[in-house]
Design a protein around this ligand. Structure first.
Ligand SMILES: [Zn+2]
Length: 61
């Protein structure tokens, strides 16, 4: 038995609505909660750099 639900690369959770509850980046996945958090974070916020690092890690690893 294999899992059809994607796991979020940032928070590590499986979104309730599966693939439709988030954003796909290539083979990786970001849940809608993390996507929202990323979109709402301003560039001056220290969290912004954390988000950038997370996204780079997802895209380039
Ligand atoms: Zn997430």
């Amino acid at each position: 038995m294999h899992n059809v639900f994607p796991k979020c690369e940032i928070c590590g959770l499986i979104p309730y609505f599966g693939l439709y509850d988030g954003l796909r980046l290539g083979k990786k996945f970001i849940c809608s909660q993390c996507e929202k958090q990323i979109l709402q974070t301003k560039a001056q916020d220290p969290q912004y750099q954390v988000n950038v690092q997370n996204i780079k890690r997802i895209i380039y690893c």
